[in-house]
Design a protein around this ligand. Sequence first.
Ligand SMILES: [Zn+2]
Length: 374
Amino acid sequence: MKKQSTNIEVKKNNRNYIFRYICRHGIVSNPDISYAVKMSLPTVTQNTKELIERGLVKETGELESTGGRRAKALSVAANAKLAVGLDITKNHVGLMLTNLTGEILKYDRIHLPFQQQDGYYQMVSERLECFLEEASADREKLLGIGISFPGIVDLDNEVIVHSHVLGVESVSFTSVSRFFMYPCYFLNDANAGAYAEGIRSESLERFFYLSLSNSVGGAIFSNNELIQGKGFRCGEVGHMTIIPDGETCYCGKSGCLDAYCSATRLSDVTDGKLEQFFIRLRQGEKEIREIWDRYTEFLSIALNNIHMILDCDIVLGGYVGRYADEYIQEIWEKVSRRNIFEEGSSFVKSCNYRTGAAALGAALRVVELFIEQI
Ligand SMILES: [Zn+2]
């Protein structure tokens, strides 16, 4: 019995590995795969045949011959399966449609203030159906929806333990999923953002994702996994004390990073419009520049502290992360002043996904769960 299950597992792992290889490389041939993944050509051919039969891989003509017979070109049937990501925030819902290769097929962000009421979820569900309609998405192909929540998401007990931003406690997954016609998967917003950055990345294997939105959060991504922590609070750096007895945080304590580095610290001076803050910063307004300098000073403390503990790349995400690229040099300089181990601070990186990262990450989680069992 044990031997049998092991054989099945090996077969499944091989198929999975081959599928991921095709996913990553676009158009390939059986001999290419065999060489790259170090499996015999008959094993690879058998696996790709099965994947073709299941409609997950397709033949796309022949590759250029390098002598001998031309090899069949294979690629992933990208739209064979679809997934949706929903990003629930205080005033908006982000909707993302993706496919097996993680392509962004459609993204929308609608204004819909959160309410922990049936009517709210019914509305989200209706808007989702409109969104799928507009994208001409085949519902049969939809694997499910990933839902990103700004709060502590307990995957063991299937409950959103707490969300200060949304003002809710103990929301069971089922009390949300019952409004949708598809399987639902839940994750925390910073985790979702990190997942979008990491899961298909060739260069980022281990990193910390610092989410600088209207609250500050974080996530640790390592070897294609999110590190959750004992109470599913891993990476909640928003409440690290950076200034003893400092400014009051929304959590009730003093001196938390959130009180200094949330996006609202910047947008509060431009009527809640963060974009406006960065426009005025670019124009060189003195007052705005001072606020930004103060912001990055505190940010550099957090970045150095996180780096001292984890010794890995740090990706700046969230609302502020969107603008980080332009100011990365000055952020590096400030972090370098605190860093005793390295000259530069190029471990701090701006995010790749500037809009819809959490929605995309939530959708990609659904895709990955499918791929894992191929
Ligand atoms: Zn706090």
